[in-house]
Structures are given as C-alpha cells and as structure tokens.
Design a binder for this molecule. Structure first.
Ligand code: NAI
Length: 327
C-alpha cells in the first residue's frame, strides 16, 4: 500500500470546495494510483457544513480516500500537507476599498503561510485560488521563508481554459486542437489572453481569426467571463474553478506533455520583463514537479502593452500590501 498524499483544502465548505473535494477524492487530482487524505480547513462557522460534506464524501465510498479531518486552526490544517489548495478568502463586500480587501486577506494568507512554513511536508505545493489570488499567494509565500518560493502559485488556469473555449469556438475546431495560448499577468480584469503564438488545428491562430475580433470580442469576453457567469447563474463560477484547480495541480505533479504549454501564476525570475518575485501568470510547462517558464517567445508591441498593464497592477498590489505591513 502507498502512503496517502495529504491534501489540505481551505474554504472547504464553500461552493468551490463542494465542487472540488469529490474530484480530489475520486483520484482526478493526483491520478488513479494515489490514495489521498483530505484535511479540510474552515473558519469555525464553516465547520458544521464541512462535516456535512465529509459525510457525503464517506458515502461515495471512494477507494482512494484514506481519511478526512476537519480543522478550524491553520497549524493543524496544514500539518503534513503535500498539496495545499487555498480556496477560502475574504470576498469584497459592498463599498469595500481595495486596501481593506488586501488587509482582510492579509489576515488570512499571512497566518496560513506561517502555518505552511511551520508544518507542511518538505515537498508542499501550494495553489492559491481565493482572490485576489496572485497577491494572496505573494503574502503566503513571504510568510513561509523556509519553503522554496516557487512552491507558491496562483490560479489563472480558469482564464486559460475559458480562452481555449472561446478561440476553439470562433475557429470552429475542437478545444483540443487549440494550443500555445497564454494568460499573462494578474488574475483580474487586466489579465492578457495572448493568441499570437497559439495554434489552431495546426495553423497559426492569427491566420484564422482577425485582430479586430481579438480586441473587441476575445479579450473582453475572457476577462469578463466571471461576471457573465454571476449574471447568468446568480452565483460565481464554482465547478469550472474547481476543474481548473484540478488541472493546475495535476499538471504540476504529473507534468505537461510535449512542447505545448499552459498558464499558471508563478514566482517571476525576471522573464519577459516581469519584476523578479512577483507572482504573475506566464506560459509554463511542468517537468519533474516543477513549473518552468516557456522561454524565447517573441512579444510584439500589442502584447507588450497589455502585459505591462497587468504587471503594473500586480506591482501596485504588492506595494499596497508592503505599505500595510502584510509582507
Ligand atoms: P464561498 O464564499 O462559497 O466559500 C468560501 C469559503 O471559505 C467559505 O466556506 C468560508 O467560510 C471559507 N473561509 C473564509 N475564510 C477562511 C479562512 N480563513 N480559512 C478557511 N476557510 C475560510 O466562495 P467560493 O465561490 O468557493 O470562492 C472561493 C474563492 O475563490 C473566492 O475568493 C473567489 O473569488 C475565488 N475564485 C477564484 C477563481 C480564480 O480563477 N482564481 C475563480 C473563481 C473563484
């Protein structure tokens, strides 16, 4: 028997948690040969609902699910964690200023970073989903000085998958015929979905769609998709967000195939002019449990301006949390 992998999920009683936990327990996160032990972290008010979800997980009789523990204490929740999915966050309430939002989340992600530093497994891999995801990941990472910085990532895979679908639909091809798309920058309205290197059914995407569509339809549709889901469903994206989290961690652990790539927000090494240390989305491949930034892509003037604008927003967020003493 293999030792189970400890997967900590925060915000376990939330809507993404509900869409995510069953997929983890069924083997879709780490593959069909890897048993998992779930560690659910909630705030005290969320514990009872998490217990209800745990009862349902039990009732699925998943062969790979080795155990479920529920905590309202970060130190306990992250103890021994091999994979940490940081989903729970403080949402922006009406009239809340950005500084207040960053401060409230600093109060969550700082202590969670400390708890990861104190007790997570040596190989811990962290994915931050809770918004503002990139900056929350930065806060957690800065509170975990003994964990290699590259283990802290934030999710832009949902944006990537949304972009894949939009481009495939426009080009009239299956989604698996689209490759080499990139989401750059922040998981926010400034994100830049880049099709200049993309291939659609083996052809250059720029030969298949025109630049007018790119500017007037594609970029705003991808950036505003979250709002469109809320408008239609009355609730924010949950199953698609959970799916993207599964994709991100599965690729990170098992590796991406071939010369294609995906998108993830990872710690910048200065590539493509993104200041070192920022957690920004890049074109990435995963090899041997590590993300690598795809190098050598030509960045045209159009892309440069869009990447710079999103990175400038990340710099502002970083400066704001520095000023607030959160990092
Ligand atoms: P939700 O409100 O349904 O659930 C959040 C859960 O987190 C609640 O059960 C709450 O009790 C819990 N929580 C709050 N503070 C916590 C803490 N300190 N420790 C542990 N748990 C805590 O929200 P939902 O829909 O599940 O979304 C979660 C987050 O994911 C939000 O911040 C949302 O903006 C973000 N999100 C990010 C996406 C991305 O692409 N990066 C996509 C969709 C959502």
């Amino acid at each position: 028997t293999t030792t189970p992998v400890n997967v900590t999920v925060t915000g376990a009683a939330g809507q993404i948690g509900y869409a995510l936990l069953f997929r983890i327990a069924s083997g879709q996160l780490l593959g069909p040969d890897t048993p998992v032990s779930l560690r659910l972290l909630e705030i005290p008010q969320g514990v009872k609902a998490a217990e209800g979800t745990a009862m349902e997980l039990d009732d699925c009789a998943f062969p790979l699910l080795a155990g479920i523990d529920i905590f309202d204490d970060a130190r306990q929740g992250f103890d021994g964690a091999n994979v940490a999915l940081l989903v729970g966050a403080r949402p922006r309430s009406k009239g809340m200023e950005r500084g207040d939002l960053l401060e409230a989340n600093g109060g969550i992600f700082g202590p969670q970073g400390e708890a990861i530093n104190a007790g997570a497994a040596d190989d811990v891999k962290v994915l931050v989903v809770g918004n503002p995801a990139n900056t929350n990941a930065l806060i957690a990472q800065r509170h975990a000085p003994d964990v290699p910085a590259e283990r802290f990532t934030a999710m832009t895979r949902l944006d990537h998958n949304r972009a894949l679908h939009q481009l495939a639909t426009k080009a009239g091809v299956a989604v698996n015929e689209v490759e080499r798309l990139t989401i750059w920058g922040n998981h926010s309205a400034t994100q830049y979905p880049d099709i200049f290197h993309a291939r659609v059914g083996g052809r250059a995407a720029t030969d298949v769609v025109d630049e007018a569509w790119l500017e007037s339809e594609f970029i705003p549709t991808v950036a505003k998709r979250g709002a469109a889901i809320i408008e239609a469903r009355g609730l924010s994206s949950a199953a698609s967000a959970a799916n993207a989290a599964i994709d991100h961690v599965h690729d990170w652990v098992t590796g991406t195939q071939g010369e294609g790539w995906t998108s993830a927000a990872i710690v910048s090494d200065g590539s493509y002019g993104v200041p070192e240390g920022l957690i920004s989305s890049f074109p990435v491949r995963a090899r041997d449990g590590r993300w690598e930034i795809v190098q050598g892509l030509e960045v045209n003037d159009f892309s440069r301006a869009k990447i710079d604008a999103s990175v400038a927003e990340l710099v502002e967020e970083r400066d704001a949390v520095q000023q607030l003493g959160l990092v």
